[in-house]
Design a protein around this ligand. Structure first.
Ligand SMILES: [Mg+2]
Length: 309
């Protein structure tokens, strides 16, 4: 099955100056242009954990597998160049499933000029597993890191938060162009993508920058999906709880010096709104205010894979 499938795929992948060969050789050849750095990231998605194949169009799972990796390149302000895709396919219906996964992935790859340069296609008696590795290059300003935040920086985010489980976790737009645009045009101190939950990821950025962070809870952009989810479920979580702790928003989280943050907020240079939600502070940990009220501790919420000992 694998060689037939590769023949099918060979005609569908992009060839770019960086990846001129296609898929016929034993390994991929990349002609990277004297980059200021190459960024590599990998993410593995599993049926039952990251999506439920029985409930969705498999093209959405394929697209998501590429998109989560591109979001991590965006987090570093790296321009995506190439990706490797490895599939562990259930034997029954594996070929049709593989085609559907790629039909979801290839349009996103084409949109952002990403060459699929290799990977592996296996079958087994287990559920679908998709592992994607993405490669990107850093521009003249270097990579955007989590550790560059400074006390007094404003915390900016793109987009809206919460309730992605209702669908956006499959169909989100990785903020690749947005991140490159901001990093090029403005002075950003630190950045990352928000994949595990707004407050959990913010606590990681603050810790990496040796700061704490205060969130103004009155400024959090709450998505309509978070409101729907809070109305629908009986777990007592409010729409704000969902916005602060749900995973898979895949928006950008940035620490920006105040004058530059004001300029970004005034310009609103992206297709997606940018909002200031707080500030980095000297006191370690995560804090909350709501408008003028005094500062209270805020415990980070989000998703982490469980590892039992
Ligand atoms: Mg990330």
């Amino acid at each position: 099955m694998e060689s037939e499938f590769l023949a099918w795929l060979q005609h569908r992948v992009l060839r770019t100056p960086i990846a001129p060969l296609g898929l016929q050789d034993d390994a991929a050849l990349l002609r990277l242009r004297e980059p200021d750095g190459t960024v590599v990231t990998t993410d593995m998605l599993m049926d039952g954990t990251d999506f439920r194949l029985g409930e969705i169009d498999p093209r959405r799972a394929g697209r998501k597998a590429l998109a989560v990796n591109l979001s991590d390149l965006a987090a570093m302000a790296a321009k995506p160049l190439a990706a490797l895709v490895s599939l562990a396919l259930p034997r029954a219906g594996g070929r049709a499933l593989a085609e559907s996964l790629y039909e979801g992935m290839l349009p996103l790859a084409a949109e952002l000029d990403v060459a699929i340069v290799g990977g592996d296609t296996n079958s087994w008696d287990g559920p679908l597993v998709i592992s994607v590795t993405a490669i990107g290059e850093v521009g003249a300003r270097g990579p955007l890191l989590r550790s560059g935040g400074q006390i007094g920086d404003w915390i900016l985010v793109t987009g809206e938060f919460g309730g992605s489980i209702l669908g956006r976790h499959l169909d989100f737009a990785p903020r690749v162009r947005e991140s490159l645009r901001l990093h090029e045009a403005y002075e950003l101190h630190a950045g990352m993508d928000i994949s595990d939950g707004l407050t959990l990821d913010l606590s990681r950025m603050a810790r990496a920058s040796n700061c704490g962070a205060v969130l103004d809870l009155s400024q959090i952009p709450v998505s309509a999906a978070a409101v729907r989810l809070a109305e629908r479920s009986r777990d007592g979580l409010t729409h704000l709880d969902h916005a602060l702790g749900d995973g898979e928003d895949f928006e950008l989280l940035l620490a920006v010096p105040p004058a530059e943050a004001r300029r970004i907020l005034r310009d609103q240079p992206l297709v997606v709104p940018i909002t200031a939600i707080g500030q980095l502070v000297a006191e370690a940990g995560l804090w909350q205010t709501a408008g003028e009220t005094s500062r209270l501790p805020l415990s980070p919420q989000g998703y982490e894979h469980r590892l039992d000992s």
